[in-house]
Ligand binder design. Structure first.
Ligand SMILES: NC(=O)c1ccc[n+]([C@@H]2O[C@H](COP(=O)([O-])OP(=O)(O)OC[C@H]3O[C@@H](n4cnc5c(N)ncnc54)[C@H](O)[C@@H]3O)[C@@H](O)[C@H]2O)c1
Ligand SMILES: O=C/C=C/C=C(\O)C(=O)O
Length: 484
């Protein structure tokens, strides 16, 4: 039984909030407990972060800070297997996935933003003045301060370091609230922080739930200077309300109901491979994933059949087994939510091409597994076509013209990402520009260059992170005007 403690001012401490069980999604067993932070610990964490900001971290030369960030990346890689095991304990995802994406990106985020901060400049404007002597304006960047980092459970280490790395690179200090479902890697990172010599108080972790618990205690704390959040749109609304008190800036990466568009001139094998990942990777629990597919009439039947075959080909089981290609979803509650949508699709008269329920997984009866599922035949207002399910499922609708396909893709309050498949160059540019999203992939999915702007349009978020855009959020620009 592992006990996850809060990490405050460089030390692991019990919280005064309730202790709750940590389940292994692969078996449903309780394998740990989480000591949640009460108001007192959140207060202590924010205080420690403030002291570090005003103390050693704030005074540290950039080169030294950058060297420490690189040590953090190396420190994660040096304990790669422990991070991998921790992420799998929390999420049950296959080791083949976590070892290629979650852990390497967790480390890479620190290197990427160590590089970025070194090449991030500011602005300078010369101006005329009536006396003819002129003035010069230049801006400087300063850390925003103490940043509250609220994280989801789907890619715990990757999404947390995606925020913590640029925040630290810019000289801020952080208080992280990991998802209550996934406390492990954020806690383990505390050990690495101490081991590489990050000053105490720079990185703090408070555990617990959201409403009326550690999450809310943190976002409403007056000592927080900015909040960065990844999670559901409704939670984003609550966080934005909390941030309004004191006029604190927010960066919100929220939910989606992403459309994939496959034209009949697409390379079908490539499209199937990419869309297969977009629908089913991480058991469909990727914010960028595709839950609405629109396929041009000429290849519709063929594509539906091939994607259904792909859906039927996944193997569940032990995440460490090489043969396992799909893990469980995060929790019993989330499994029930996904299955409730499977039931809604059936009741609405969907044609179920693959899946549609929960599989029997030999030896893992208590695991939170759901079948990869492909539906057709529902109208645009059916719940599984409009709502973010966050499961391994997708609904396919045929379309005829390019205009119709784009209009279908845009028929959603969300606008996070899209994946368009075509071999027509003009159509690729046109459709990618017309779909109202923050991130459009053409003939690919989840191909990430970390210098690019990342975030959502419409109800999928506010602000962009990545590259210079992270620098913009995690620093305050100050203009200095000098009369000559
Ligand atoms: N846009 C993106 O980049 C992106 C990336 C990953 C996940 N997501 C989204 O995240 C969701 C899945 O993650 P989730 O279920 O963990 O999201 P969630 O919104 O339920 O929880 C996210 C975090 O917010 C905390 N929280 C909840 N209520 C709070 C409150 N009132 N005040 C402060 N904190 C609160 C939770 O404890 C958790 O740490 C999906 O909607 C998915 O699309 C978006
Ligand atoms: O589930 C959402 C995945 C988000 C991915 C990133 O934030 C990233 O690749 O930086």
């Amino acid at each position: 039984m592992t006990t996850y403690l809060n990490f405050i001012d460089g030390e692991f401490v019990q919280g005064s909030g309730p202790t709750f069980a940590n389940h292994y999604p692969v078996t449903g067993e309780v394998i740990g407990e989480v000591s949640s932070a009460g108001r007192a610990e959140v207060d202590a964490a924010v205080g420690a972060a403030r002291a570090a900001l005003n103390g050693p971290w704030g005074k540290m030369p950039v080169a030294e800070r950058v060297a420490l960030l690189r040590k953090l990346a190396a420190g994660i890689n040096a304990r790669f297997d422990e991070f991998l095991a921790a992420e799998i304990r929390d999420t049950g995802k296959p080791a083949s996935l976590a070892s290629h994406i979650d852990i390497p990106r967790g480390a890479a985020n620190f290197n990427v933003f160590a590089d970025q901060v070194l090449v991030t400049g500011t602005e300078c404007f010369e101006m005329d003045t009536p006396d003819g002597r002129g003035a010069v304006n230049y801006s400087i960047r300063r850390p925003r301060g103490v940043i509250g980092v609220i994280c989801p459970w789907n890619l715990p280490l990757l999404l947390m370091t995606w925020k913590v790395a640029p925040a630290l690179a810019c000289g801020n200090t952080v208080v992280v609230k990991p998802s209550e479902e996934t406390p492990a890697t954020a806690t383990l990172l505390g050990e690495v922080m101490n081991a590489v010599g990050i000053p105490r108080g720079v990185y703090n972790v408070v555990h617990g739930h959201g409403p009326d618990a550690a999450g809310e205690f943190l976002t409403t704390h007056p000592g927080i200077d900015g909040i960065t959040f990844t999670g559901e749109t409704r939670t984003g609304e609550a966080i934005m309300r909390a941030a309004a008190n004191g006029v604190r800036p927010v960066s919100l990466e929220l939910g989606g109901k992403n459309a994939g568009l496959v034209f009949d001139d697409a390379d079908l094998d490539a499209a199937l491979e990419g869309i297969g990942r977009a629908c089913f990777a991480n058991s469909g629990q990727v914010c960028l994933g595709t839950e609405r597919l629109y396929v041009q009439r000429g290849i519709y039947e063929q594509f539906c059949e091939a994607l259904a075959e792909k859906a039927k080909g996944f193997a569940f089981g032990d995440p460490f087994a090489k043969t396992t290609t799909m893990g469980p979803v995060i929790s019993a509650e989330h499994r029930d939510k996904v299955l409730s949508y499977y039931a809604k699709a059936k009741a609405a008269g969907a044609e179920i091409l693959a899946g549609g329920g929960a599989p029997e997984v030999d030896g893992f009866n208590g695991g939170y597994f759901v079948q990869p599922t492909v539906w057709t035949g529902l109208s645009a207002d059916a719940a599984v076509v409009t709502d973010e399910i966050f499961g391994p499922c997708t609904h396919i609708t045929p379309f005829d013209s390019e205009e119709e396909g784009v209009a279908m893709a845009n028929a959603s309050p969300y606008g996070l990402a899209t994946s368009v498949w075509t071999s027509n160059l003009g159509r690729a540019h046109r459709t990618a520009a017309q779909i109202e999203v923050g991130i459009a992939w053409v003939n690919s999915w989840f191909l990430r260059d970390l210098r690019t702007p990342f975030g959502g349009a419409k109800a999928s978020g506010i602000g962009r992170e990545g590259g210079i855009h992270s620098m913009e959020f995690y620093t305050e620009l100050r203009n200095i005007c000098i009369k000559l």
